[in-house]
Design a protein around this ligand. Structure first.
Ligand SMILES: N[C@@H](CCC(=O)N[C@@H](CS)C(=O)NCC(=O)O)C(=O)O
Length: 288
């Protein structure tokens, strides 16, 4: 195989590696600049972007609001990771790992980072979307943690090398395609047995998984639908379509989204009416 590389004795941070994310990648943690985070009126302040990890949380928040949990009202502030907003002092104070999503609960003063921790925090706080029965809850947690451990192979592995890397390299594309297809098959087999992940209840495990493997199987991920033959995962598709039919999912998936069709971009969400009034198609139509 060509493209061989001999690592030096000591790695040094040199020239940009190229590719989609080269500008923001750094080998050190911490803030690069001082900036205070904006804060809105609602009990929950979310700092995010409408990537799959961000969508998980806004889907759950919209589901909680749909159940009448008004305490879950939230402001969703856009963190532009291409511009390095995640490295501001304000953001680093709520997530030392500099990655979206991050949440501040103004009622308790808690900061919550890591999307899985945010889902658990909100599900426990409001008492929804985690089964009350112990064995069912354990199954839901199995799938939630499965997702948190598996999705980086899809996003950081397959997606990175198939769609974003500056060159197409056979070895990593092959390796991560194999793993991505295996993961889709894991889900497909589970969903042949159950309506939702781990059972018959719709839980935060489904909300965590849909933005990754639901989008992927519906042909939305990395322009790779044909390459991965996503139509062959029939049970996964059935589940993905059922979840996409939910109005709360249709709202949650467009929050903090700054790409794609204009009517599916709600850069910031500060009020329920924003879905009607402040999507990018409406904003641009109103701008002279
Ligand atoms: N394990 C983290 C992953 C979060 C994550 O990877 N966020 C990405 C966007 S999807 C990010 O903020 N990247 C910015 C960066 O790497 O600088 C979680 O689940 O919250």
């Amino acid at each position: 195989m060509s493209n061989s590389y001999t690592p030096p004795k000591v790695w040094t941070w040199g020239a940009e590696s190229g590719g989609e994310w080269a500008k923001i990648n750094r080998p050190i943690a911490g803030a690069t600049h001082d900036a205070v985070l904006r804060s809105g009126e609602h009990p929950l302040q979310l700092y995010s972007l409408g990537t799959p990890n961000g969508q998980k949380v806004t889907i759950l928040l919209e589901e909680l609001l749909a159940l009448g949990e008004t305490g879950a009202e939230y402001d969703a502030h856009l963190i532009n990771i291409n511009e390095g907003d995640q490295f501001s002092s304000g953001f680093v104070a709520i997530n030392p790992n500099s990655k979206i999503p991050a949440l501040v609960d103004t009622g308790t003063g808690s900061r919550v980072f890591e999307s899985g921790a945010i889902l658990l925090y909100l599900a426990q706080k409001y008492g929804h979307f985690l089964p009350k029965d112990d064995s069912k809850r354990t199954e839901a947690m199995n799938w939630l943690f499965w997702l948190q451990g598996s999705a980086p192979y899809l996003g950081g592995g397959f997606g990175h090398f198939y769609a974003y890397a500056p060159e197409k390299l056979e070895y990593p594309i092959d390796r991560f395609t194999m793993e991505t297809k295996r993961q889709m098959d894991v889900l497909d087999r589970e969903l042949a047995e159950h309506r939702f992940l781990g059972g018959d209840e719709y839980t935060i495990a489904d909300m965590a998984t849909w933005p990754w493997y639901g989008n992927l199987v519906l042909g939305e991920g990395y322009g790779a639908g044909e390459f991965l033959q996503v139509e062959s995962y029939k049970n996964l598709r059935r589940w993905a379509e059922e979840i996409l039919d939910r109005p709360a999912v249709q709202r949650g998936r467009i929050v903090n989204r700054a790409w794609g069709p204009l009517e599916e971009q709600l850069h910031e969400r500060h009020d329920a009416s924003d879905f009607e009034l402040r999507t990018q198609d409406k904003i641009e139509a109103d701008t002279p």
